[in-house]
Design a protein around this ligand. Structure first.
Ligand SMILES: [Zn+2]
Length: 205
């Protein structure tokens, strides 16, 4: 997939958020799920952190701390990203090829660890919510926030109405409650598909 479906933010290529849920957009940090030459957006902790900030999973301060920590500890950063990519592969399988038992078990284990890192905090409105506490490893925090978002999605009916874009070099996921949406983005894959069909008709004519 070309870079048209992404924007440049702070020097980082961030894919467009078309999924309708941060966990789906996380899966869309890779394109070409059905192709032999996929496009990867998550090259390191900095890319993961900037992306997580753009979809409001972490604060700007948390994203900046994660990026700084990864500079100080490149090996630790690489390990976090490897876990994030493995989690993404499993999550994609769970959402697109259920029941995907083995992948689901690995997702569940990541969810258990993320839940164990969370604390219950009461907000100013008196309503409590699970948060990742301040003492969380800053480098790990964007990854844990992604796992928490994925857990939220998987516990909702919306997890059963996810579609994948049929364009082979795309495969992006999106919420599709009505089942009527075909493309990740009409402006992007929808138009590319139209252009291809038109080219084929011209060729055949
Ligand atoms: Zn697409």
């Amino acid at each position: 997939v070309a870079d048209v479906a992404s924007v440049l933010v702070d020097g980082v290529r961030v894919p467009l958020a078309v999924g309708g849920h941060p966990a789906l957009d996380f899966c869309n940090t890779r394109a070409g799920w059905g192709s032999g030459s996929p496009k990867e957006y998550l090259h390191g902790v900095r890319e993961l952190a900037v992306w997580a900030r753009e979809v409001d999973l972490v604060t700007p301060a948390q994203a900046a701390r994660a990026a700084r920590a990864a500079v100080a500890d490149p090996a630790g950063g690489a390990a976090v990203v490897a876990r994030a990519l493995a989690f993404r592969t499993d999550l994609y399988a769970v959402l697109t090829r259920p029941p995907a038992h083995a992948a689901f078990e690995r997702v569940a284990e990541a969810a258990r660890l993320a839940a164990a890192s969370s604390v219950l905090r009461r907000g100013l409105d008196g309503i409590a919510e699970w948060r990742l506490p301040a003492e969380t490893d800053p480098m790990e925090l964007p990854y844990l926030a992604v796992v928490r978002a994925a857990t939220d999605l998987l516990t909702e009916p919306a997890a059963t109405t996810v579609s994948a874009c049929p364009m082979p070099d795309c495969g992006w996921l999106f919420a599709n409650p009505t089942g009527r949406r075909r493309w990740c983005s009409m402006a992007w894959c929808g138009n590319r598909s139209k252009a291809r069909r038109f080219a084929a008709r011209v060729r055949d004519a």
